[in-house]
Design a protein around this ligand. Sequence first.
Ligand code: FE
Length: 345
Amino acid sequence: MIFRQLFDSTSSTYTYLMASRHGGEALIIDPVLERVDRYVQLLRELDLRLVKAIDTHLHADHITGLEALSERTRCMTVMGEQSKAEVVSMRVSDGDRVEIEGLSLEAVYTPGHTDDSYSFIMPDRVFTGDTLLIRGTGRTDFQNGDPRAQYESLFGRLLKLPDETLVYPAHDYKGDTVSTIGEEKAFNPRLQVKSVEEYVDLMNHLNLPNPKMMDVAVPANMRIGMARDIAIKRGWTLTPEEAKAVVGAPGVALIDLREDQERRKDGIIPGSLHVPYPDVEQSLKADGLLHTLAKTAGKQLVFYCTFGQRSAMAVQAAQVEGLENTRHIQGGIRAWQHANGPLVR
Ligand code: FE
């Protein structure tokens, strides 16, 4: 496995870049906007293709690199379903898996620091976001933080992982880089409490100043989602009502960009082809299936996904390949459900 721990010294944030092999797919956790050039350069140097960028929660101390990375690499953006970020391309819930070629992470809902905090588990390690830090835990005094929920996330979930599990947090302010669950159980001062009440009391009396960036970062991080805005401006969108009228039309190929897990959850628009989003760019190139459908068979391509973010990026990619007769369903399956569009399971 290729594994890089990158550091933003301004916000003391750790960002993790992972892939199973050179030349393959990569994912990144908690990227920082100011460091995006560095990530893109490193991806190029390691010959990796970024397909997913994850934020463990809505950050208050730095602006996320999710949107910039998505613009530069057309990667998917991933957050928890509880997140107030307006547009992310895939939302996970507790127990879902985030997968790329050769790697699979289990999403675990660990609220407390914020109400949208997730941890991501691999067989030998866990990315704990700001839920569990090295010899600390994330503050719980803003963004719907809740010390009681955090106690449960820690004692009920994370600390039940095997002692040797490596702990990779989203921040460290003292220079530590990695710990283990066993070590934190034994030496983390916040975890030496005897009851949930004692923990709540401890967390409610930390008296910390607000993060410097908070007033800038929180609103900015809620507004990610440029591709969708561009697609609307250029007229590349179909409303669900417009899309209903073209379902089953002979001149239209409906393309489902979602992953199997999402297709099982929400169902499929009848008659659609399945091209998972990470494969779409290849398929739009000359010789690719979608290119042939559009150019040789003369079909209009209509993309859809869960929220209309991946599909907006797919339309952009199609335009780059000269496939102009391409649209996407605005708002994705969520808007389609709202409009009572037909779905099969
Ligand atoms: Fe945080």
